[in-house]
Design a protein around this ligand. Structure first.
Ligand code: F0G
Length: 401
């Protein structure tokens, strides 16, 4: 049993109602379960494969979900990078290993399953890329029509390719993500499409399983979660899930939620550092990490609570720091991630150097998307292959053996 509850005024809505924001005060909604009625058998959870659906008792879907086996992603110990930074327990949860190559699949398996349960035939989102790729994939699996709005010229190549091949109707907006999100919300209101951006509280339910999996993988909670922040949905989702585990006595403490943004697009960082109650939107967000090129994060209200109430923090990193960490992860750990994802580890490096993060902490960075999402940015920073004639002496001299 669950319902939708406004995080501001507490107004509640039945689970079958299609509503994305409180009708009374326009604030965000969250899915609320009657936790005292839920029986969680951890043995039952442990008997299922590590995946989103291991935790189905804490998810809103009643029937068979639309699934491509999302979740169950590896948690890698960053031994080399950790040693360089002086942190023994530094981990990366590689969400790029999901079916469409990003953490969005966790949200979409739940969100698209709910679209079916609610009788919707067309689903829609605005996206910096990954949400659109994931929505296209899950809509294809469910046999639904997907409409995706993308900021023209600002979406990484691999993500556009995915949205197109999986059959989404892709529209490029001459504007930024924030404008595209306004438009898709208006479209869904006026034309009854089902909105699957992270303002939809069901999406976040799937994403909270990142935290559940990490706790199962580490056999306990880390001291800190570090995430790249764009629309601020994922950090809010993980926090919500942890609070549910705490209420159910399945975890003894809540990790410090830490958000990393790009220097050119850091409204949440400004709000945290400035002690502000609300986030002031940035009009012209800019960063090489196009996934998090977002000036007006819709879930900021939830994220500020997540960060502040856990004693976490927020920090900004430059594009150069992001790209340097993308290369370090690739070359020193064998982990290929897109720029936004590298921001989380780059943020840890900076926070450790500044003395904000203690080196004794157990830290889990969520690396959110796969390297192949954005091949152009990769090629742009690497020396191209050396081209030679097809003979062995050219090969030997090219290799300077
Ligand atoms: N990392 C990647 C790779 C992303 O694609 C996103 C968001 C984030 C981090 C930030 O997560 O928005 O929950 O704070 N991408 C969205 C999209 C906005 O449209 O694909 P968030």
């Amino acid at each position: 049993m669950h319902r939708l509850v406004c995080v501001n005024c507490g107004q509640s809505y039945p689970s079958q109602e299609i509503v994305y924001q409180c009708r009374r005060c326009q604030h965000l909604l969250a899915v609320e379960y009657s936790l005292d009625e839920i029986q969680i058998e951890t043995d039952l959870w442990n008997s299922r494969p590590l995946s989103v659906w291991r935790y189905r008792e804490l998810l809103p879907v009643k029937g068979e979900p639309v699934t491509l086996r999302e979740g169950g992603t590896p948690l890698y110990h960053l031994s080399r990078l950790g040693k360089e930074m002086g942190i023994r327990s530094l981990y990366a949860k590689h969400e790029g290993m999901n079916p469409s190559g990003s953490f969005k699949d966790r949200g979409m398996t739940v969100g698209v399953s709910m679209a079916l349960e609610l009788g919707k035939r067309t689903v829609a989102c605005a996206s910096t890329g990954n949400t659109s790729a994931s929505l296209a994939v899950y809509a294809a699996k469910a046999g639904l029509h997907a409409v995706v709005l993308l900021p023209a010229g600002k979406v990484a190549l691999g993500k556009v390719a995915q949205a197109l091949i999986h059959g989404a109707e892709a529209i490029a907006i001459r504007g930024n993500f924030d404008e595209a999100l306004e438009m898709v919300q208006e479209l869904c209101r006026s034309h009854g499409l089902y909105l699957l951006n992270s303002i939809n509280p069901y999406r976040l339910e799937g994403q909270k399983t990142i935290g559940f999996e990490v706790i199962d993988q580490l056999k306990g909670a880390p001291d800190r979660f570090v995430l790249p922040v764009g629309n601020a949905g994922n950090i809010s989702a993980i926090f919500k899930g942890l609070m549910e585990l705490k209420a159910l006595d399945l975890v003894d403490r809540i990790p410090m939620m830490t958000g990393i943004q790009a220097k050119g697009s850091q409204p949440v960082v400004r709000a945290i550092k400035g002690g502000m109650d609300t986030v002031v939107p940035e009009q012209k967000p800019e960063t090489v990490a196009t996934a998090i090129r977002i000036g007006a994060p819709v879930n900021a209200e939830k994220a500020l609570v997540a960060i502040r109430s856990t004693g976490g923090t927020a920090e900004a990193v430059t594009d150069a720091e992001i790209l340097a960490m993308q290369r370090e992860l690739a070359r020193k750990e064998g982990i290929g991630v897109e720029p936004a994802s590298a921001a989380s580890v780059a943020g840890v490096k900076k926070l450790v150097e500044n003395g904000v993060i203690d080196r004794d902490e157990c830290i889990v960075c969520v690396v959110t998307g796969h390297l192949l999402k954005d091949p152009e940015t990769v090629i742009g920073q690497c020396k191209p292959p050396t081209e030679i004639d097809a003979d062995i002496s050219s090969l030997v001299s090219a290799l300077r053996l």
